[in-house]
Design a protein around this ligand. Structure first.
Ligand code: TXE
Length: 494
C-alpha cells in the first residue's frame, strides 16, 4: 500500500500543525483512496497567520522593500515554479484528478503569470493633480492595502492562487492563502517555493482547513483588508456577510452557466472543438464551462451529432497518463451532484444524446461519461444550474434576437462563446451578451494580461490584467501648502 503523505501549514515562515493537532484527509479522485493528510486549522491558527502577515507589513524587510526588489522576488518564484512544474503537476493531478497534460502546461503558464506581476510591480504610479488652488501642490501616492485573504477552491488551484497573490505581492501586501479542503497539497508546495524564492517570513502564509472555522475566521478577521475569493455563490454570501465585520474590499469569482452560441455560418470544426473544450476539458469542472450550447436550427443536427461523435471517442482514464483526455471528477459530492441534476433534467423533458452514466471499467474513482442533453427549453435543470461536470445542454434557436435572449437568460454572466464567420454579427453579439469574457471563434483562452471575472451571480471584480494591481493598492492624497503666507481662518474650508 502506498504511503500516506503528510503536509503541514506554512505560517510566519515555518511549517506548522493545527493548534489542536487535528488533521484532514485528501482523497485521490482516481482511486477514491486517501493519499495525504493536512492540518485542519483552528481560529487561533488563522489568527497567528493574519498577525504574522500584519507584522511583516509593519516591520522587517518587506515593509521597506522597493517595488523593484519585490518584482525580483516574484521573478525568482516564477523561475522556481517553471523548474519544478513537473513535480507540482504530479501533486495537483493526484490531489484533484485534473489531467497531467493540463496541470503540466498550466503550471508552466502560472510561472508566466508571476513574471507578468513581477514586471508590473514597479509600474504602479501616483500622480500630481492640476489642483484648482494656487497655493497648493497636490499629489497621490499608491500604497498597499494590508493583509490579503486569498481563498481558493480545488480546481486550477495554482492558477487561481497566482491571480490573487501575484498582484497582492507586487503591490506590497502580505497574504494569507486558504487552500481548499478538497485538495490543498499544490498550495503547500507553493509555500515552499515562496520560502525558497526568498520572501521574508510572514509575507506568504498558507493555511488549510474547513470553510468553517478556517475560512470564516479569515474573512472576518479585523486585520484583513482585502478578500479575494473563488468558489461557489453560497459560500460567497458568507464571505460578503463576514466582510461586514472588517469592511475588507472583496473580489468574487463564482463560476457560471456560460453560453456558446453557434450560428449556421460558422466553421463547424472550430465550433465542435470549442464546445468539446468548453464542456469536457477538465471534465467540465471549470468556472468558464460553456455548458449552455445554443445552436441555430440549420446546423443543430450536424453540430450535436459531431459533438456526440467526438465525445464518444474521448479517452477516459488515469489522469496521470498523458494520453488521457478526461479524468475523474474531483470529489464524490461532485459526482453525486452531477447525477442528481441529470436525473432531474431527464425527468423535466431533456433527451440524452450521449453519455449519462459512470463509464464501464472504472470500479474505483469518481468518473462520469461526457454527456450531451438535448433540451427543448431553457428551464431544464441542466440548462439553468451549474453542474461542474461533463454535461452539456443543447438548445435550438432561429434568429439572432433569439440567440441573445437565450444567451442572457441566466443569473450568471462569466463567459460566452460566439461561433460565426460574420465579423459584424460577432461584434453585435459581443455588445449584447451580458458576460465578463467573450470568446469569438475560440473558447477557454486565458492570459495574465487579460482581465477575468463576471457579471451577476458570477461575481464582482476582475482578476489578472494590470487593473487587478490597482485593486490591491489604494490611493493616498497628499496636500502641500506652497503659499508664502501662513495658513489662514481656521473656521473656513480652504
Ligand atoms: O466551493 P466552496 P466547493 C462551485 C461549483 C461547486 C460548488 C461548491 O458549482 O460544485 O461551487 O464547490 C472556502 N468562509 N465552484 O465546495 O465551498 C472553502 O474551504 C470562507 C465554482 O469547492 O465555495 C474553499 O477553500 N471561506 C468555482 C473555498 O471557500 C469558506 C470553483 C471554496 O469553497 C467558507 C469551485 C466560509 N464560510 C466551485 N466556506 C469557480 N468559480 O471556478 C467554505 N470556504
Amino acid at each position: 500500500m502506498a504511503e500516506i503523505r503528510s503536509y503541514q501549514m506554512f505560517i510566519d515562515g515555518a511549517w506548522s500543525e493545527a493548534a489542536d493537532g487535528a488533521l484532514l484527509d485528501s482523497i485521490n479522485p482516481a482511486t477514491g483512496k486517501v493519499w495525504c493528510r493536512f492540518p485542519a486549522a483552528t481560529s487561533s491558527d488563522v489568527d497567528r497567520a493574519v498577525e504574522a502577515a500584519h507584522r511583516a507589513m509593519a516591520v522587517g524587510p518587506w515593509a521597506t522593500m522597493t517595488a523593484t526588489a519585490r518584482g525580483k522576488l516574484l521573478r525568482r518564484l516564477a523561475d522556481l515554479l517553471a523548474e519544478r512544474a513537473d513535480r507540482l503537476a504530479e501533486v495537483e493531478t493526484t490531489d484533484t484528478g485534473k489531467l497531467i497534460r493540463e496541470t503540466r502546461a498550466q503550471i508552466r503558464y502560472v510561472a508566466d503569470y508571476f513574471h507578468y506581476f513581477a514586471g508590473a510591480a514597479d509600474k504602479l504610479e501616483g500622480s500630481t493633480l492640476p489642483i484648482d488652488k494656487n497655493d497648493m501642490f497636490v499629489m497621490t501616492v499608491r500604497e498597499p492595502i494590508g493583509v490579503v485573504a486569498a481563498i481558493v477552491p480545488w480546481n486550477s488551484q495554482l492558477m487561481l492562487a497566482a491571480v490573487k497573490i501575484g498582484p497582492a505581492l507586487a503591490a506590497g501586501n502580505a497574504v494569507v492563502l486558504k487552500a481548499s479542503e478538497h485538495g490543498p497539497a499544490p498550495l503547500l508546495e507553493l509555500a515552499q517555493l515562496c520560502a525558497d524564492a526568498g520572501f521574508p517570513a510572514g509575507v506568504v502564509n498558507v493555511v488549510t482547513g474547513l470553510g468553517d472555522p478556517c475560512g470564516a475566521r479569515l474573512t472576518q478577521h479585523p486585520l484583513v483588508a482585502r478578500i479575494a475569493f473563488t468558489g461557489g455563490p453560497a459560500t460567497a454570501r458568507h464571505v460578503v456577510r463576514n466582510s461586514a465585520e472588517n469592511f475588507a474590499t472583496v473580489t468574487l469569482e463564482l463560476g457560471g452557466k456560460s453560453p456558446i452560441v453557434v450560428f449556421d455560418d460558422c466553421d463547424i470544426e472550430s465550433a465542435v472543438n470549442g464546445i468539446v473544450a468548453g464542456n469536457f476539458g477538465a471534465s467540465g469542472q471549470s468556472c468558464v464551462a460553456g455548458s449552455r450550447v445554443i445552436i441555430q436550427s440549420g446546423v443543430f443536427d450536424e453540430v450535436t451529432a459531431r459533438v456526440a461523435e467526438r465525445a464518444g471517442r474521448i479517452r477516459i482514464g488515469d489522469p496521470q497518463d498523458a494520453a488521457t483526455e478526461m479524468g475523474p471528477l474531483a470529489t464524490k459530492a461532485q459526482l453525486d451532484h452531477v447525477e442528481a441534476v441529470l436525473a432531474r433534467s431527464l425527468a423535466g423533458g431533456a433527451t440524452l444524446m450521449g453519455g449519462g452514466n459512470r463509464p464501464q471499467g472504472f470500479a474505483q474513482g469518481w468518473y462520469f461519461e461526457p454527456t450531451i442533453l438535448l433540451c427543448p427549453h431553457p428551464d431544464i435543470a441542466s440548462a439553468r444550474e451549474e453542474l461542474f461536470g461533463p454535461v452539456l445542454s443543447a438548445l435550438r434557436f432561429e434568429t439572432e434576437a433569439d440567440a441573445v435572449r437565450l444567451a442572457n437568460d441566466t443569473a450568471y454572466g462569466l463567459a460566452a462563446g460566439i461561433f460565426t464567420r460574420d465579423g459584424a454579427r460577432s461584434l453585435r453579439m459581443m455588445r449584447q451578451i451580458r458576460a465578463g469574457i467573450i470568446w469569438i471563434n475560440t473558447y477557454r483562452a486565458v492570459s495574465p494580461m487579460a482581465p477575468f471575472g463576471g457579471y451577476g451571480q458570477s461575481g464582482a471584480g476582475r482578476e489578472a490584467g494590470f487593473e487587478s494591481l490597482l485593486d490591491y493598492s489604494r490611493t493616498k492624497t497628499v496636500w502641500i501648502n506652497t503659499g508664502s503666507a501662513p495658513m489662514g481662518d481656521p473656521f473656513a474650508m480652504r
